[in-house]
Write a protein that binds this ligand. Structure first.
Ligand SMILES: [Fe+2]
Ligand SMILES: [Fe+2]
Length: 481
């Protein structure tokens, strides 16, 4: 078996030797029709026959793993790809620190590990469901192709998690794999497992914010699972991360192009006041205060995905060697954390205070802090775009206590600056900080599809370079003839 180049001769492309692994192959083959059914009913609506210029992973070689070509999405080759094994890899943290990594699930951690895999797996199809209507209003063929690329890769990430379930968890793994195709984003009776994955993605600004903020949570979760002592999970996640980078690229450049277009339009029209919202909107672009509100919403929703700041579950999965910290192997400490502390923001006597907590139980908080730092770097790049146009406006991440449903701050109201507010003030002020129905209506009014080659909707700037270095007028999607 060649782990670098992927075997495409089987129905399910893979670099895990599926042909010799009949039981798992059969389990996956019997799961396959249900998946295709799910894709056709819950995947991108109205574009199943279109030819889309997509990248497919044909190798796990970091120097060149993808091949670009026109594909009908239901015929996309979703495969099972693990990053190459690292020789002599040791468990990098927790109470088993320094022991050889596991190639089979340790019995005592079976339930905990399965839950981690199922939660991660559930987010993948959820985002495809959330984004299924976006094709109809894409601002260009370039953007249309990008949402589909993200969608097929989220589909592949579901395959990645289903492979782990079916190969290592026997019958209950197969049941969980079936369940992953049953839940639906936003459904009242069978919702997806996590809050942000049941929210609507009604427009392209929401999509770009989602891929920037929520896919970045995904990146942080995958980074910490890539540290896992359970080696197959680590290898799966390592390869998923290479794809995930594109999703965040789509989000960051998407928002960046909107900011660029708004600022250019304001300059052209001679509008200096960024708060002259009606005047800016009359130009057919999205005003900067609304961009800030959307950012506030998506950031706060995504923070909830990290769970409670202080969590024994997180401590247990760290201790067990299942889920590590961001860049665990680069951190210089004992990697056991039994006697160290980590500062956590908490509500103490009605005030937000930094409190030292045992580092083990503060694992979620630490990952969330790393996430915030990563988001901030993206915001700095956005602010540069604005600055270069000469418009005076700075985007800011809201305080972590703002608009929270989970963790320390779920029962209080706080402004984006972190000032605590009573209910009445929150109700009065929140429209300044979170998108209102009217803001949503305005954004929706801009969502008119643009399908001519090389053309872009007026509210978003063209990208600086094409996908796969294609020229500006490249036909990224050939709509069904
Ligand atoms: Fe994913
Ligand atoms: Fe993603």
């Amino acid at each position: 078996m060649n782990v670098i180049n992927v075997d495409y001769s089987t129905k399910i492309p893979n670099n895990v030797g599926l042909t010799e692994d009949r039981t798992v192959l059969r389990a996956l083959e019997s799961w396959h029709p249900g998946y295709i059914d799910w894709w056709k009913t819950m995947g991108p609506e109205g574009f199943q026959e279109a030819l889309v210029y997509l990248r497919t992973a044909v190798s796990v070689d970091p120097k060149g793993w993808a091949k670009f070509d026109y594909v009908r999405m239901p015929e996309y080759r979703w495969g099972i790809l693990l990053a190459p094994a690292e020789d002599g890899r040791k468990i990098p943290f927790g109470r088993h620190y320094g022991e050889p990594v596991w190639q089979e699930v340790p019995g005592e951690y079976r339930a905990m590990l399965r839950r981690l895999v199922v939660i991660q797996g559930d987010t993948e199809p959820a985002s495809v469901e959330q984004q299924r209507h976006l094709g109809k209003t894409a601002p260009s063929l370039y953007d249309l192709r990008n949402v589909f690329q993200v969608n097929v890769e989220e589909g592949r990430h579901l395959w990645a998690m289903v492979y782990i379930l079916q190969k290592y968890f026997g019958r209950d793994g197969r049941e969980e794999a079936g369940e992953l195709l049953q839940r639906r984003s936003g459904s009242a009776d069978k919702p997806r497992m996590l809050g942000a994955f049941n929210e609507a993605t009604p427009d392209w600004l929401s999509f770009f914010m989602f891929t920037f903020f929520t896919d970045r949570d995904g990146k942080m979760q995958l980074e910490s699972l890539a540290q896992s002592g359970f080696d197959p999970l680590s290898r799966t996640c390592r390869f998923m991360l290479t794809e995930e980078a594109h999703h965040m690229f789509v989000g960051e450049t998407g928002v960046g192009r909107i900011l660029q277009r708004t600022c250019e339009a304001m300059k052209q029209a001679g509008i200096e006041d960024v708060h002259a919202i009606d005047k800016v909107r009359a130009l057919g672009v999205i005003d900067l205060p609304t961009m800030q509100k959307k950012l506030n919403l998506h950031y706060s929703l995504s923070l909830d995905l990290f769970g409670s700041e202080v969590s024994t579950n997180a401590a247990n999965s760290y201790n067990a060697g299942l889920k590590g910290r961001f860049q665990e192997t680069k951190i210089e400490d004992d990697h056991r954390l039994e006697s160290s502390t980590y500062p956590v923001l908490k509500l103490v006597d009605g005030e937000i205070k930094r409190v030292d907590e045992p580092a083990l139980t503060a694992i979620n908080m630490r990952l969330r802090d790393d996430y915030t730092a990563d988001c901030q770097r993206g915001l700095d790049r956005w602010s540069k775009i604005i600055e270069r146009t000469g418009v005076d406006f700075k985007l800011k991440l809201p305080h972590v206590a703002f608009n929270r449903e989970i963790g320390e701050f779920r029962d209080i109201n706080a402004s984006p600056d972190g000032q605590l507010l009573d209910d009445a003030s929150w109700q009065r002020e929140k429209g300044k900080w979170l998108p209102s129905a009217a803001d949503g209506d305005f954004i929706a009014s801009l969502m008119k599809p643009v399908r001519d080659r090389g053309q872009f909707a007026g509210w978003i700037a063209p990208p600086r370079v094409g996908i796969d270095n294609k020229p500006g007028d490249f036909e990224y999607v050939k709509l069904a003839a």
